[in-house]
Design a protein around this ligand. Structure first.
Ligand code: HEC
Length: 170
């Protein structure tokens, strides 16, 4: 059979899409969760001091826990993501605030047996900028994260309260 250039191009592009994203791991060895943009929403927040919008996302395990109120502790396997954008006025409605430049994505990986040494039961990692540069110089990067999350130690180290998604009445 004669394979046309169009078919070859199609075959190559589908291979490229299926390939894992080539983002380096965090200095503490945590791999980049390349499918995070497909996760579902737990909540949102707006930081008025540095003018950023945040979306708090969860993988399937985290979403199930959030919707069922099982968040203290979160179950092993849950991953929470926080994605941060600079804020800007919505082009077609300037009194609305919308996300603009991507700042970073950071994650908490729940594994109460693996992450015992840092005292939290979570693995912590951040990737900065649109090219996802791993954040931090060495394996101790989570100390900065944990220091700031310490006020919510009693909430399993998590600030976010899942936003209400009222059940549909049948
Ligand atoms: C300056 C304080 C501070 C530091 C440092 C910090 N965080 Fe947070 N983090 C917060 C606050 C406050 C929230 C609540 C939501 C928000 O920011 O809008 C939050 C939320 C999160 C969330 C969503 C779940 C939750 O707790 O609400 C993740 C995931 C997260 N941070 C990961 C990290 C990681 C990983 C690091 C270190 C690389 C880090 N954080 C460092 C203050 C901090």
């Amino acid at each position: 059979m004669r394979i046309t250039p169009v078919l070859i191009t199609l075959a190559l592009s589908s291979v490229a899409q299926a390939a894992p994203v080539d983002i380096p791991a965090s200095p503490n060895g945590i791999a980049f969760p390349a499918d995070y943009a497909d996760w579902r929403v737990i909540s949102i927040s707006h930081r008025v001091d540095n003018h950023t919008l945040r979306m708090i996302l969860g993988n399937d395990v985290a979403i199930k826990a959030a919707r069922n109120g099982q968040t203290n502790p979160w179950p092993d396997g849950a991953i929470l993501g926080k994605v941060v954008w600079k804020e800007a006025a919505e082009v077609n409605w300037p009194t609305a605030i919308a996300p603009k430049a991507f700042v970073h994505a950071e994650f908490m990986f729940r594994d109460s047996k693996k992450w015992t040494e840092n005292g939290t039961g979570w693995g912590w990692a951040r990737w900065k900028g649109a090219d996802y540069t791993p954040y931090g110089e060495n394996a101790k990067i989570e100390q900065e994260c944990i220091a700031c999350h310490t006020p919510v130690k009693g909430r399993n180290w998590v600030f976010t309260t899942p936003a209400a998604f009222p059940a549909v009445v049948k």
